[in-house]
Design a binder for this molecule. Sequence first.
Ligand code: PLP
Length: 409
Amino acid sequence: MTYSDLSRPMRELIESHGRPEREVYLDHENSGLIIPEALEAMIGAYREGGRGHPSITHRIGWISYQSLYEATSAISAALNCDTNELVHTHGGTEANNLAIIGSAMMEPRSRRKILLSSIEHLSVIFPAEWLGRYGFKVIKIPVDREGFIDLDTLSREVDKDTLMVSVAAVNHEIGTIQDLKAVGDIVKDRDEGVLIHTDACDALGRIPIDVKRLGVDLASFSSHKVYGPKGVGALYVKEGVKLEPILQGQLSTQKLWPGVENIPGIMGFSKALEMMHKHLDEYTKRMAKLRDRLIDGIMERVSHAVLNGPRGERRSPDNVNISFLYCEGEALTVELSMMGIYVSSGSACTSRVLEPSHVLLSIGRRYEEAHGSLLMKISPYNSDMEIDYVLEALPGAVDRIRSLSPIKP
Ligand SMILES: Cc1ncc(COP(=O)(O)O)c(C=O)c1O
């Protein structure tokens, strides 16, 4: 695909769609919201604090260095790590790639087995599978019907040849909060030398994150998941863990990432994280209340609806993922969009590609159930009134799409 292929039909689509009078944004999986204070921090950084190169020895360079240092210190403090244990990256995808490929390149011959849960984000699965082409063995550990990793299989698979175990703290599609402590205990008990990586992109801002308490060696983060700017992320690398950089070029202030740091983006991330951290308890309670109101409301009003993922405290407070049987998920997102309700179908990251979500298939959903799923992610900025509007609009939208389906109950 090239952009020119898409731009004309997209423009026509946007114009013909028009802007609905009422809008409810529930697609925070795919980003779309920036905390106002984070935006302000970025604008300030582009004007002064972060416009220079942090490694250059003149006044503007020094100011940039100081801004970068302050933002790095604030992010590290929020995660409970040292500034030297944090690598700034261009997003969660790059952090996951650096964690997996960077550690594989460090010990390319001694340990060649990579264990992943079967429901990892594609930015974890794909780099591991890519390494598979160069002699690494990738094993996907199954999960149960709610998405919890099978600890017995994990325990059986960890051996002297295992390089890494990667398990997301919170699943991005179905909101399963894994017991990382149990994962860590099993893995380290079998072999202290195995690295534990967690993709914590969807955990930050939803559950308390303290990298030391998580007991992991590597943890990936993405700024837009805490309502900061897109294209900004970080990798926690525990002191003593050795990685090879995966990008080659001129090093600035970091050992594992070459290039000029995106200081305005990093300052935006730092500010967004600070706000989420400050209000974590209040925000997560509010999100969980809205989540349950939405789940319960849909289950009461719509027939043949199945909740994907666990309920209650073991589910991320922002996550609602429901399969509507006899209903095509993509068509439903378009129907809802006409009513000003913005959600995604199945996995956000595959919704432009009409393939069923590997996460839903892994928890035992059938192909057609996976296809009829909607992923709605609540932010602390959503309101009760917005949820009520969705509950009012959704049953009719499902009925209309079902009436077009060749498969009937
Ligand atoms: C769990 C998870 N990991 C990684 C990523 C990729 O992060 P980014 O979009 O910052 O590259 C996402 C993004 O949606 C995600 O949900």
